[in-house]
Design a protein around this ligand. Structure first.
Ligand SMILES: [Fe+2]
Length: 391
């Protein structure tokens, strides 16, 4: 069952068998460069994918280059109400237009031949296009060479893009999640800080690990003391949304203690933690006093970057009186994530082994791993059926 057996259909069909007899994804999904490219060209294009934090573009004229599906994308705060996304290349010779965050821009100017575009992507001018001093500023001629816009939507502080333009409406896409968050006034959140990690593991391992609480009892001693395994439920999932949660009896300085709560929060939510994955790679966990986002961005078959964004309620995010309480939360997330990284890198190393073929799964905790695997396979199968043996 080595890595060169990734065309073996049996390995892929085990994600559809009952969990006790089935498996999660085989090794190739975590190691093979062809599978990695397939993911970039399918699931990272055909659905809504997190692109950036909206707070990085607070003012009209702010520009932020990002990467989605391995492609350079440009986000532009084009007016007070909208962040727009474009392919970050000049229509002339394909130079990347913007390579670092910029502010107060009225236009987007290519450094190669000074073609300029408006913040809405319209080509404004092609200097010397018809010879020295013979500029093209004819809007009709220019129009065909506008920047190529990408669907872009902002939800709270999170900017999502859909590269192929064919995903469902964004509001329909997130509606089930919005319903689950009923009772939390997310507009009360303010950004606190971002933690970044470079991990020697496939991005899927990060998301799979995030959604299952089974590893808590052996990997996270503090978390296990906060809420024991006996009180934890297995994750649930519906289509592209996976979720899990728990009640905690006592608060802790890292969770639910010392920082302001969401306004008008119901009493049951004052002792709850709930976490969610929005397929493919955006996740968050919400508590009465904080919200943490997780994004795993692939940088190769066996590498990814993980970002944790930490938000607090009201002035919990920036007031000096909460600095100490905030730092407890931030350090706790940092420590918890470091407890995971060693395990993630071991799981990546294990996927080079001929002794692993998708795993023996817990029928209680791991059905979610198979569901996630099915979402992956369905997404890549839309581009290539051969990878999945036709399934
Ligand atoms: Fe963990």
């Amino acid at each position: 069952m080595g890595n060169d057996h990734w065309f073996d259909p049996d390995l892929w069909t085990r994600i559809t068998e009952p969990t006790a007899q089935g498996s999660a994804l085989p090794n190739a999904a975590y190691t093979d460069s062809a599978f990695f490219k397939l993911e970039q060209n399918s699931l990272f294009k055909n659905t809504w994918v997190f692109a950036a934090f909206a707070h990085k573009l607070p003012n009209v004229g702010d520009l932020l280059p990002v990467e989605v599906a391995g492609q350079p994308i440009l986000l532009a705060k084009s007016d007070e109400t909208a962040i727009r996304a474009f392919h970050n290349v000049c229509r002339h010779r394909g130079a990347m237009l913007v390579d670092e965050w910029k502010s107060k821009c009225r236009t987007i100017v290519c450094p190669n031949h000074s073609w300029s575009y408006s913040l809405s992507g319209e080509l404004l001018a092609r200097p010397h296009f018809f010879g020295g001093d013979k500029h093209d500023v004819n809007p009709d001629q220019c129009r065909e060479s506008n920047l190529i816009e990408i669907r872009c939507e902002t939800w709270n502080d999170w900017v999502f893009v859909n590269l192929d333009g064919n995903a469902a409406d964004f509001s329909a896409h997130i509606e089930p999640l919005v319903n689950k968050l009923d009772g939390y006034d997310l507009s009360a959140l303010n950004f606190g800080t971002e933690l970044e990690f470079d991990i020697h593991a496939n991005w899927k391992l990060v998301i799979e690990n995030f959604i299952e609480p089974y590893h808590v009892f052996s990997c996270h001693p503090w978390l296990n003391s906060f809420v024991s395994m006996a009180e934890r439920s297995p994750p649930v999932f519906e289509n592209h949304i996976l979720s899990c949660g728990y009640e905690f009896k006592e608060t802790d300085p890292a969770r639910g203690e010392g920082l302001p709560y969401f306004p008008n929060l119901s009493s049951d939510k004052k002792r709850r933690g709930d976490w969610y994955v929005l397929f493919p790679n955006f996740a968050f966990e919400i508590f009465p006093d904080q919200l943490a986002t997780f994004v795993a961005t692939p940088s190769g078959p066996d590498r990814c970057k993980e970002s944790i964004g930490l938000y607090f309620v009201g002035d919990g995010a920036n007031s000096d009186q909460y600095t100490k309480a905030r730092n407890v939360v931030i350090n706790n997330w940092h420590d918890l994530n470091n407890e995971d990284i060693g395990i993630l890198e071991r799981m990546q190393a294990g996927r080079l082994s001929d002794g692993f073929d998708g795993g023996v799964l817990s029928p209680y905790w791991d059905p979610v791993q198979q569901h996630f695997a099915r979402l992956i396979v369905e997404s890549v199968a839309s581009v290539s059926s051969e990878v999945c043996g036709g399934h």
